[in-house]
Write a protein that binds this ligand. Sequence first.
Ligand code: SAM
Ligand code: ZN
Length: 151
Amino acid sequence: MKLYRIKKSKIDKNGLYASCDIKKGTRIIEYKGKIITVKQSETSSKFDNGKAIYLFNINKRFDLDGDFKFNTARLINHSCDPNCEVTGTGLKVWVHAIKDIKKGDEFSYDYGFSFDEDYENYPCRCKSKNCCGYIVREGSRWRIKKKKKKI
Ligand SMILES: C[S@@+](CC[C@H](N)C(=O)[O-])C[C@H]1O[C@@H](n2cnc3c(N)ncnc32)[C@H](O)[C@@H]1O
Ligand SMILES: [Zn+2]
């Protein structure tokens, strides 16, 4: 049984939603794509933006390019209070629940974008209580708060 369905999202265009209640730790959907070498991703212009949304590092040698229509998991939006995480097992990459998720909730994960000079080009619309206003990885959000305080 599919644990997800595609629906219009308030965050951005389409998103992926829970089709039933899901327990923390459940594997929801495989993040499918093409396995490429780290060397290929480092030298390809497709990934020359540090914010390659669809690129996941699997290990020292391989990355996964998920920028394909058949990869339904690519529809998952970012949130500053995510309910999912994307992790690798062997050469496979899975989206799994990091919280109990209710039927009808939108899946989200932290896109892990770095805080750099162009972070303001990526406003966040996740509307979570702790939203920092931009798509920036959890560990770097304090930099935004610090910057706001200074102004
Ligand atoms: C991987 S796609 C997600 C699926 C997308 N909603 C769609 O229907 O194709 C990533 C893009 O979705 C948008 N997005 C995802 N999460 C967002 C968020 N929290 N706030 C604003 N835009 C977001 C951004 O434009 C981002 O480049
Ligand atoms: Zn947010």
